[in-house]
Design a protein around this ligand. Structure first.
Ligand SMILES: Cc1cc2nc3c(=O)[nH]c(=O)nc-3n(C[C@H](O)[C@H](O)[C@H](O)COP(=O)(O)OP(=O)(O)OC[C@H]3O[C@@H](n4cnc5c(N)ncnc54)[C@H](O)[C@@H]3O)c2cc1C
Length: 223
């Protein structure tokens, strides 16, 4: 299987536990918004450990960008990524992914599950096609909201935040429920895009079914 070694151009925290990593882009390396690749670290003992991460840049950018939630306590790949700096190397693999834009609709993300939607919304914006798309973004606290300013700028009032761990101005409080969802989604919603941790996805899929959303209208990917 093909591998691409790329140097890191920069790393920075965009929330307390999400790292944005920008790397070189291999020549002729192509993806569509929403797709991902397996990434490993080009260091002894880490080359074989592959984890999937989603491209958050635009396909035409001259660099690649990832937004990666880090888990220092797991002592795994994301903890190791925290130690990397400019000019350290990552190994990228083939491009894959279940989520792609199929038409206007409601995007529902939990935490790092927003990553496929970053490239999709940036791409829609670059074509002036944000339209009536909505993003419902579930997090624990306001500080955890990835790229909050950018999404607010792109989507305005169609950027809807719900926080389970605190009350904050401009955000709903609690977890996603049918009562909450029914303000945004019904049986005629043409597309629902759902990405998040498996327990959240299971709960929301049941709620969407209760609200009469056709399973064929739902695009899902677990993170
Ligand atoms: C298609 C796809 C795209 C994805 N894109 C992104 C993305 O863009 N951004 C993103 O942030 N994530 C993304 N993910 C998720 C991401 O791949 C994993 O969540 C992440 O790699 C886990 O990091 P880690 O350091 O725990 O992993 P690993 O290096 O796999 O470490 C896991 C280690 O931690 C241990 N462990 C597991 N759970 C616990 C726990 N609760 N407590 C203690 N130890 C534990 C395990 O035993 C294992 O040894 C994506 C997933 C998929 C499937």
């Amino acid at each position: 299987m093909k591998q691409y070694i790329v140097k890191i151009k920069s790393t920075r925290h965009i929330t307390p536990d999400v790292l944005q990593i920008v790397t070189e882009k291999p020549l002729h390396y192509k993806f569509t918004p929403g797709q991902a690749t397996d990434v490993s670290i080009n260091k002894t003992d880490w080359k074989e450990k592959k984890n999937p991460f989603t491209f958050t840049c635009l396909p035409d950018d001259s660099f690649l960008e990832f937004c990666i939630k880090t888990y220092p306590l797991h002592k795994g790949v994301t903890n190791e990524l925290l130690k990397l700096k400019k000019d350290d190397e990552l190994i990228l693999h083939e491009v894959f992914g279940a989520i792609s834009f199929k038409g206007e609709g409601v995007f529902i993300a939990g935490g790092a599950g927003v990553t496929p939607f970053i490239s999709i919304f940036r791409s829609l914006n670059s074509k002036n096609e944000i339209g009536n798309n909505k993003l419902i973004f579930a997090n624990k606290t306001k500080a955890d909201i990835i790229l909050a300013k950018e999404f607010k700028g792109l989507l305005g009032n169609s950027f809807i935040n719900i926080l389970s761990g605190e009350e904050a101005e401009g955000c709903f409080n609690g977890q996603i429920t049918i009562d909450f969802l029914k303000a945004y989604v019904n049986a005629t919603t043409p597309n629902v895009y759902l990405c998040g941790p498996p327990p959240m996805m299971d709960a929301v899929l049941k709620q969407l079914s209760t609200l009469g959303v056709n399973r064929g209208a739902i695009t899902v990917e677990a993170i």
